[in-house]
Design a protein around this ligand. Structure first.
Ligand code: HEC
Length: 110
């Protein structure tokens, strides 16, 4: 019993430090949204963890666009919003799919 108790402070220490050891995990992309990002090629240029050709999803989310505005910008990009990036070509995405992507992105916590 005494021996077991001796481990208690160690255990508490481990628990206390566990979150700090873990790197900040980026939010997960819901599976149904991921399917659309793959299907429409968005995932080739945008990611949650690495800056690719386009900005991170979380960096876009930080701009606090409405879903409607996101759909507009995807259909008619405004490259001046992203200095230092190559301009994104206009993306043709069926409305239902675009609404789903835009709603996800508009509610994504940066
Ligand atoms: C060939 C690479 C490429 C692909 C494919 C691509 N993007 Fe982009 N995207 C970019 C780049 C580069 C930027 C930043 C420059 C710009 O907005 O023109 C960007 C910017 C954006 C923005 C921010 C617009 C703004 O004005 O702030 C959104 C939203 C976005 N992309 C969504 C999408 C979605 C959704 C898809 C898939 C349908 C997609 N992108 C496909 C490269 C890409």
């Amino acid at each position: 019993m005494k021996k077991t108790l001796a481990f208690l402070p160690l255990l508490l220490l481990l628990i206390a430090f566990k979150p700090a050891e873990r790197p900040a995990t980026p939010p997960e992309i819901p599976a149904d949204v991921q399917v659309l990002l793959d299907k429409h090629g968005c995932a080739a240029c945008h990611s949650m963890t690495r800056k690719l050709v386009g900005p991170l999803w979380t960096d876009i989310a930080a701009k606090k666009y409405s879903a409607k505005r996101i759909a507009q910008l995807v259909a008619k990009p405004e490259p001046s919003n992203w200095p230092g990036y190559v301009p994104m070509a206009a993306q043709k995405v069926p409305k239902a799919d675009m609404d789903k992507i835009a709603n996800w992105l508009a509610n994504l916590k940066p």
